[in-house]
Design a protein around this ligand. Structure first.
Ligand SMILES: [Zn+2]
Length: 386
């Protein structure tokens, strides 16, 4: 059957060994070119037995226009396009003209061939092999870079995939927003991104797992974050050196930096972490040691119904969230102040938990005390993983 169909093909079309062999790509092992050569060899033996002249490989293939002979040129183009870019793994894609893809499909239909593979698949594979051999780089399903080639217009496009770095940050001082804000010179994001941009030569985007307010410190084991580096020129980053530069700011510190996959990065940003806070509470009308003790006892294990706070209402959907306080400990300081240490579900607004936010958060410390209370200082002590 193979030989019968092949004989019809070579009599009707001038095909190179690649294009001939590719019609039977799903059969046996080896390259399409190898298949084509073998088929032609056996066909010509038969023709010789019947006293017919051999059908040699044509001067120019009418289907692919001998595109496979130009593979070394494409390898050269790829090397040039990726000069100065650090990568270990790559993938090749290509855009073939519609006429060629259609002509190929017509041949399959005409001869009832169901064992073929499309030309771009063979081209991508063979070019990938040749480029790998020439550079020592490897192909991968999750490559560092992707080359897209247009074989007939000689255009090449280089996609450099982003690099994701995980870390945790501590904000040691108040008065720095997490991401740039008008009237603030710096942000946690700008302090962290600067050495990443310098070292990688790419554009950095900072993404925190949640955020704290400008006037809130982030202490303890730090808040998880991801730095996405777009179009990095260098991927082997000296993460210790980068951490040292960030830590030298003495305002923001980073821990546990490591390169992660896109999937891990996504998980870090969507996971809802429990948090430990320390709040300094002021009660204008005065507060006793007894009252402080009672409030902490009530807060322990309590469910809080919190409508979207007044101050963020414009940027967040207005709805009621139910969040739990897992533990609460309080310490009386003076007749107007006490400290409360809380472990809560992620997403509970602490300042509003204390003030009550005009009745939008209930119960609240104000409500439990029967006196107006508000948060004077707030630190995130720890972000817990469970
Ligand atoms: Zn061909």
């Amino acid at each position: 059957m193979i030989l019968e169909k092949s004989a019809q093909v070579v009599e009707k079309y001038e095909l190179c060994d690649h294009c001939l062999g590719r019609l039977f790509a799903k059969l046996g092992k080896g390259t399409d070119e190898g298949r084509g050569k073998s088929i032609r060899f056996v066909l010509n033996m038969e023709r010789s037995a019947r006293g017919l002249p051999p059908i040699e490989e044509p001067g120019k293939c009418e289907l692919c226009k001998d595109v496979f002979e130009r593979i070394p040129d494409f390898v050269g183009m790829m090397r040039e396009a990726s000069e100065g870019i650090e990568f270990e793994t790559f993938l090749v894609g290509s855009r073939f003209p519609r006429e060629i893809l259609e002509k190929e499909k017509n041949i399959w239909a005409e001869l009832g061939i169901e064992t073929a593979e499309p030309i771009n698949r063979e081209f991508n594979r063979e070019l990938g092999k040749a480029f790998g051999k020439s550079t020592g780089k490897e192909t991968s399903r999750t490559p560092d870079v992707v080359f897209i080639i247009e074989p007939y217009s000689h255009r090449i496009e280089l996609q450099i995939n982003p690099l994701y770095v995980y870390g945790r940050y501590r904000k040691l001082v108040r008065g720095i927003p997490q991401t740039p804000l008008p009237n603030f010179e710096e942000s946690v994001a700008s302090i962290i991104c600067r050495p990443f941009s310098e070292t990688s030569g790419g554009k950095c985007v900072f993404k925190g797992a949640g955020r704290e307010d400008v006037d809130v410190r982030m202490l303890g084991n730090g808040r998880p974050f991801i730095v996405e580096i777009k179009r990095p020129k260098r991927r082997k980053l000296d993460l210790n050196g980068i951490a040292e530069k960030i830590n030298a700011s003495e305002r923001v510190e980073v821990l546990d930096l490591k390169v992660v996959s896109p999937r891990e990065a996504e998980r870090v940003l969507t996971q809802n972490h429990r948090k430990e806070y320390l709040a300094l509470v002021r009660v204008e009308d005065g507060v006793t040691r007894e009252e402080v003790k009672r409030v902490a006892k009530k807060l322990n294990g309590m469910e809080i119904h919190q409508r979207t706070p007044w101050r963020v209402k414009k940027t967040r959907a207005d709805r009621i969230r139910v969040k739990k306080i897992h533990s609460a400990e309080a310490r009386w300081i003076d007749e107007r102040h006490f400290e409360v240490k809380l472990v809560t579900d992620g997403g509970l607004y602490i300042k509003e938990l204390i003030s009550g936010d005009r009745g939008r958060t209930t119960p609240s410390v104000s409500e439990l005390l029967g006196k107006r209370a508000w948060c004077e200082k707030l630190d995130v002590l720890n972000i817990l993983d469970h």
